[in-house]
Design a protein around this ligand. Structure first.
Ligand code: FHN
Length: 588
C-alpha cells in the first residue's frame, strides 16, 4: 500500500475535489483533506469499527450479467473467474450487452439470501453494485447500462435487498468497481482495451460515471456499513479524492484499502488467502470464493469442504481478521445449492461455537499444535477459546507455555466442567473421550490476568488425516532470506547459497506426496532435502513474485515417528530468486 499523500499531492487532490464536486475546500488558511476520516481520533475510529470487529463473518455476493454466459462464450469454456468472461473472451461491448437481455432474475428473493446469511452466522453482506463489466444492479440515472434499463427484469435489485437487510438486522455493504469498467468509455485501462467503444478518458469516466454512481449508491439505499472499492489501477490522488469525499454521505461507513490514490482505507483485504500471522496494526478481512470463481460459472464444481470453511473462519478469527465468504448467484437469482448446503452447515457449527468467533481478538499464541485460539478480555482476566481441530488421543490437551492461573475450563458444546492444571509446560486440560465436533470443538478456558505465554518449542505436527502444511512463518532461515508479506512467505532469497529449514513432528509415518508453493519472475529450480532423500523441482516462472503456483515435488518416505528436518535449497546453476509460501505433505 502506498503511504498517505504528501503536501503537493494533497493540494492537487483538493483542487480536483473542488472541480469535480463543486464543494469549496478552504476553511480559513487550512485546507481540508477529502478523506472524511482524516482527523479521526483512535477512540472515534474504534467506535466506528466496533460492529465490524464484532461481526467477524460476512457474505460477499458477486452478481451480474456474467451469470448469463456463466463461463461459456461461443460454445467454448473461458478460463479463469466467471465475472471476467468479457475481458478474458475479449467480447465486444455491444455483444456483451446482449447478455443483459437474458438477465432476468425472476427467482430472486432477497429475504432468502439474507436469511441464509443469517443462518450461516454472518453479520454483514456486501454485494457488487457494479463490477468491472460496468453493469449497475441499481437504478442509475447516469447510464443505460443498468438492470432497470437493459434487462427484461427492469427493477432495481439493491433496493429490496437493502430492505431485507434492514428487516433481518444484517449490515449491508456495496462493492463498487471504481477504476475498472469495460463498458463505459475510459473505464478500461488504456493498455487493456479490446474494443473501440472502450476508448475515452479515464478522468471523464470518473467524473461522469464513477462519482455520480457512488453518490447514487450512497444516497438511495439507507444506512450502509461498508463501501468495498476494487482494483485501484491508474487511480491517482486526484481521481480518488472526489470518490473518498463522498463517504461523508454515509457517516461512519467503513471502506477498504482498494480505492487507490494513496488512501489506506479502514481495512486490508487479503484475497483468497489467510495471512500467516494476521496483519499487525490493521483491521483486515480475507475475501474468498467457495469454489474457484466469484461470479457464477455453471461448470465450476470445485467446492471447498465444510471443514475447510469452518477452519478458515477459525484461523482468520485467531489472527484477528474477518472472513468475507463469496456466493455467486445464477442469472435467475438463485444462490447455487452447494453454497447453500455449506453455509447451513457452517451455521450449525456457529450456533454452538459462535461465541468463540464473534467479538474475539487474536490468539496470544504463535502456534498451537492441535488447532487455534481466540480470546476475549474480561474484567478479571481473559477467556481463551481453544479451537481443537485434532482431538488428543490421550485426552490431555496441553496449552503450551500458558502461565496464567486457570479460573475454569469447559466445553462450548454442553455444560461439563473440565479439569485444568498448571504445569511447567503450560496448562493441561483433561478432555472427554470423543470430540463434540470432528471439525473443531471449542474448549473455554477462563484465566486470571492478561494472557501470559512463554515461547514454546512446539513443532508443527500432522493433521488428523496425516497431512501437514509447513508455512513460511515456521521456517528457520539462513542467509538473507526473511519473512515478508505479513509473514506469509519467505522472500529476499536472492543468493543461491541461502536456505531455509523446517523441523516438524511425524506421528504417523509413511510415504508422502510433497508439493511446494512458490512464485518467481523467471524459471528456477529448488530442492527439498529430508531423511537422506532429495526432491528436485524445476519450474517456469509465474512472472510475478506474488503469483504463486503449487508444484508437485515427488514422494518422500518417513519411516519412523519423531522429529524430521526438511531443508529447501537452491539448485545451482539454473536457480533464480524465488518466493516460497509453503511446503505440503500429503499421505500417499
Ligand atoms: O477483479 C476482481 C475480481 O473479479 C473479484 O471481484 C475480486 C474480489 O476481491 N476482486 C478483484 C480482484 O482482486
Amino acid at each position: 500500500m502506498k503511504t498517505t499523500p504528501g503536501v503537493k499531492t494533497r493540494l492537487w487532490v483538493l483542487l480536483a475535489t473542488a472541480i469535480l464536486t463543486g464543494v469549496p475546500l478552504l476553511r480559513g488558511q487550512e485546507a481540508a483533506s477529502p478523506d472524511p476520516y482524516a482527523q479521526e481520533t483512535p477512540a472515534q475510529r474504534d467506535a466506528r469499527m466496533a460492529w465490524w470487529r464484532e461481526a467477524r463473518f460476512g457474505m460477499f455476493i458477486h452478481w451480474g450479467v456474467y451469470a448469463v454466459p456463466a463461463g461459456t462464450y461461443n460454445g467454448k469454456p473461458i478460463g479463469g473467474i466467471g465475472e471476467w468472461i468479457m475481458n478474458r473472451g475479449k467480447i465486444p461491448v455491444a455483444e456483451y450487452k446482449q447478455f443483459a437481455r437474458q438477465f432476468n432474475p425472476v427467482k430472486y428473493n432477497p429475504d432468502d439470501w439474507v436469511k441464509l446469511a443469517r443462518e450461516a452466522g454472518m453479520k454483514y453482506l456486501i454485494i457488487t453494485s457494479k463490477h468491472h463489466d460496468g453493469f449497475a444492479l441499481f437504478d442509475s440515472q447516469v447510464t443505460d447500462w443498468t438492470v432497470v434499463r437493459a434487462s427484461p427484469y427492469g427493477k432495481d435489485l439493491l433496493k429490496p435487498l437493502a430492505e431485507a437487510c434492514a428487516r433481518h438486522g444484517l449490515k449491508l455493504g456495496f462493492y463498487y468497481s471504481q477504476a475498472q469498467d469495460w463498458c463505459h468509455p475510459g473505464g478500461a485501462a488504456s493498455g487493456g482495451r479490446w474494443d473501440k467503444a472502450q476508448e475515452g478518458s479515464m478522468d471523464e469516466y470518473i467524473k461522469k460515471i464513477a462519482v455520480p454512481q457512488v453518490r447514487e449508491i450512497l444516497s438511495h439505499y439507507g444506512p450502509l456499513g461498508v463501501l468495498w472499492w476494487d482494483t485501484p489501477r491508474d487511480m491517482t490522488p486526484e481521481r480518488a479524492a472526489p470518490l473518498i469525499s463522498l463517504l461523508k454521505l454515509q457517516p461512519g461507513i467503513i471502506h477498504n484499502n482498494r480505492l487507490g490514490g494513496g488512501f489506506k482505507g479502514d481495512t486490508d483485504t487479503p484475497e483468497q488467502h489467510i495471512p500467516a500471522t494476521g496483519i499487525a496494526g490493521r483491521d483486515w478481512e480475507t475475501c474468498m470464493t467457495m469454489n474457484g470463481t466469484w461470479g457464477f460459472k455453471s461448470y465450476d464444481h470445485n467446492w471447498k469442504s465444510v471443514e475447510t470453511l469452518i477452519r478458515n473462519l477459525v484461523d482468520i478469527a485467531s489472527k484477528g481478521g474477518n472472513y468475507l465468504l463469496n456466493v455467486g448467484p445464477t442469472s435467475e437469482g438463485l444462490i447455487p445449492e452447494p453454497s447453500i448446503e455449506r453455509l447451513r452447515a457452517v451455521g450449525q457449527w456457529m450456533k454452538v461455537n459462535g461465541e468463540a468467533i464473534y467479538g474475539t481478538t487474536a490468539s496470544p499464541f504463535k502456534k498451537l499444535p492441535w488447532g487455534r485460539c481466540t480470546k476475549k478480555l474480561t474484567p478479571d482476566g481473559a477467556t481463551l477459546y481453544l479451537h481443537v481441530f485434532a482431538w488428543p488421543a490421550d485426552g490431555k490437551l496441553l496449552v503450551p507455555g500458558l502461565k496464567n492461573q486457570v479460573l475454569s475450563a469447559g466445553l462450548l458444546a454442553g455444560s461439563q466442567a473440565l479439569e485444568a492444571r498448571n504445569g511447567d509446560a503450560g496448562v493441561t486440560i483433561t478432555l472427554p473421550g470423543a470430540a463434540p465436533d470432528p471439525i473443531s470443538s471449542t474448549v473455554v478456558l477462563k484465566i486470571k490476568g492478561a494472557p501470559e505465554t512463554a515461547p514454546t518449542t512446539a513443532r508443527p505436527g500432522q493433521n488428523p488425516d496425516g497431512s501437514l502444511k509447513l508455512e513460511a512463518a515456521e521456517a528457520v532461515t539462513h542467509g538473507k532470506i526473511k519473512l515478508e508479506g505479513n509473514g506469509g512467505n519467505l522472500g529476499y532469497w536472492t543468493d543461491a547459497d541461502d536456505w531455509a529449514e523446517w523441523r516438524f513432528q511425524i506421528a504417523q509415518p509413511g510415504k508422502f506426496k510433497v508439493s511446494v508453493e512458490v512464485a518467481s519472475q523467471a524459471a528456477s529450480a529448488i530442492e527439498l532435502l529430508a531423511g537422506g532423500q532429495k526432491l528436485t523441482v524445476k519450474f517456469a516462472g509465474t512472472g510475478d513474485y506474488k503469483k504463486y503456483q503449487v508444484l508437485p515435488a515427488g514422494t518422500l518416505e518417513i519411516a519412523t515417528p519423531g522429529e524430521v528436518s526438511l531443508q529447501i535449497r537452491a539448485v545451482k546453476p539454473g536457480w533464480k530468486a524465488v518466493n516460497v509460501r509453503s511446503v505440503r505433505l500429503a499421505p500417499q
